[in-house]
Design a binder for this molecule. Structure first.
Ligand code: SF4
Length: 189
């Protein structure tokens, strides 16, 4: 008998449900939790975005409520992933809600072994000053052949896997406007 993927998943779910029930486990708490979650999602604000991790470009729906992300799932209407997500995409929710994620600026001075915590008010002028110093010292308008290049090879950028599509666009504009050519992104499958 040939099964479509959808029929296979449906049959597997029913079989697993029967097996679990037969082993004496009740599914009611799970079902109740799922029903509660679904109700919260229906009342939440939905925002559509693109997964930041790789060039496949899967679509996701972000549910938020009270200014907090409460769920992120594959967009079933997106032509690329049709609601699915790989293991990295499935973990997107943890980018928004994760107690291990750093939320303050950490700075380690050249030669230092310890990190220190800075406020954004302290960090931003420091970053701006260093960008200007490095750019002024290394900016080239033409290369050895006399071609216009308008670039700096004195600054590089690495990141960021946690940016969404719109943030990446803005970030790229900023870097290219400064003349950076060493631009890398750490997300890989
Ligand atoms: S990391 Fe996974 S979910 Fe994200 S775009 Fe790539 S394949 Fe899609």
């Amino acid at each position: 008998m040939l099964l479509t993927r959808r029929e296979f998943l449906k049959t597997s779910a029913v079989t697993a449900g029967v097996a679990i029930t037969g082993m004496g486990f009740a599914l009611y708490p799970v079902e109740a939790h799922a029903a509660e979650l679904r109700k919260n999602l229906e009342e939440a604000t939905q925002t559509w975005t693109i997964c930041p991790y790789c060039a496949v470009g899967c679509g996701f729906v972000v549910h938020s409520s009270g200014g907090k992300v409460i769920n992120i799932e594959g967009d079933s209407e997106h032509p690329i992933n049709q609601g699915t997500a790989c293991s990295k995409g499935s973990s997107l929710y943890q980018m928004a809600n994760n107690e291990n994620r750093l939320t303050t600026v950490r700075y380690r001075a050249a030669g230092a072994t310890e990190w220190q915590e800075l406020t954004w008010e302290e960090a931003i002028p420091m970053i701006a000053e260093r960008i200007k110093t490095a750019r002024d010292a290394t900016f080239e308008t033409t290369n050895a052949e006399g071609n216009t290049v308008n670039r700096t090879t004195g600054i590089g950028s690495l990141g960021s896997a946690a940016l969404d599509n719109e943030e990446c666009w803005l970030y790229q504009k900023f870097l290219r406007a400064l003349g950076l050519v060493y631009i890398e992104h750490q997300a890989r499958n």
